[in-house]
Design a protein around this ligand. Sequence first.
Ligand SMILES: Cc1cc2nc3c(=O)[nH]c(=O)nc-3n(C[C@H](O)[C@H](O)[C@H](O)COP(=O)(O)O)c2cc1C
Length: 316
Amino acid sequence: MTNARVSIGGVTLRSDLILAPMAGYGDLPMRSLCAELGSTASIIPCIQDDGLLHDSRHTAELLRTAPHEQPRAIQVLSKDAERLRRAAPSLIALQPDWVDLNLGCPSKHIVSGGRGAALLRQPALIEQLACTLVSILPCPVTAKIRLGWDDATRNYREVAQRLQDAGISALAVHGRTARQGYSGVADWEAIAEVRELLEIPVIANGDVRTPADIDAIQQATGCQLVMIGRAAVGHPWIFSRLLPREITWDVRMAMIRRHLALMSDTYGPRNGVRLFRKHLTRYVQSMHGATVLRSQLMRAARPAEVLETLYRWRVR
Ligand SMILES: Cc1cc2nc3c(=O)[nH]c(=O)nc-3n(C[C@H](O)[C@H](O)[C@H](O)COP(=O)(O)O)c2cc1C
């Protein structure tokens, strides 16, 4: 891989690694910590066009950001060019560095409404949505796809070409079909095909769990940019190319303390602790006796109780 800086529509990136958008996880606290450790961009996941149009409180919470989030992208979910057009002023007002079109979310709730990965069955509509965004937004537009709806319809080449023709500036490819969900193995060869087909930057995604995987996916796909999702939960150090076993107790504790404080600031102490539990489970999963520790931690209701439980565990 070259060390040349990659840019997305003129936005220069500091490194090759990007935290994948993850609804329910990739909020301001997680994005901030991953950025400090090397994730080169903050992508606010899964903002529905309806939420933008109706100025919903829930959407405003999801859109919470901070000045240090730079560059900062907003990912939108839509199946309707007209609705996107109407939502555009709200998007523009948020001044994102780019806007990403979500074409890969496989969740039942989303695809049953014809959005996310369901759109992979309608390449012409995908092109229309991308053209709409490209024509009305002053910033670059990107997209994130899977390989197709199912094994019988792996139409990633057609979809990728149409998106590039529509004028998007980069394309992230998760090497699975929608039907696969998260099962099986991500197909890095298919990502390589997209990389060879397109002139815009292609971002490789799927099953990067270790620093060695980062090199391997870059080699296998020819993509410089790599997106990492699940492996970053409870292990933001992946963006500094470190393995869990390289993280000392003190460093892990300092991170848990900071993440918890950010959650508490963002959501309030009780909600912060509640929402932090899924992260906490992952932070401690490699620790000795993690199962017992986890069950004790799940009972803690306040930030101080979480920290006390951890310290008591350490000195026992
Ligand atoms: C809990 C969860 C939430 C996700 N939410 C989104 C999302 O909002 N938008 C999106 O494009 N992808 C979403 N994804 C998919 C990830 O961005 C990524 O493509 C996928 O996890 C594969 O990468 P990984 O193997 O590094 O985890 C989500 C994945 C998970 C596990």
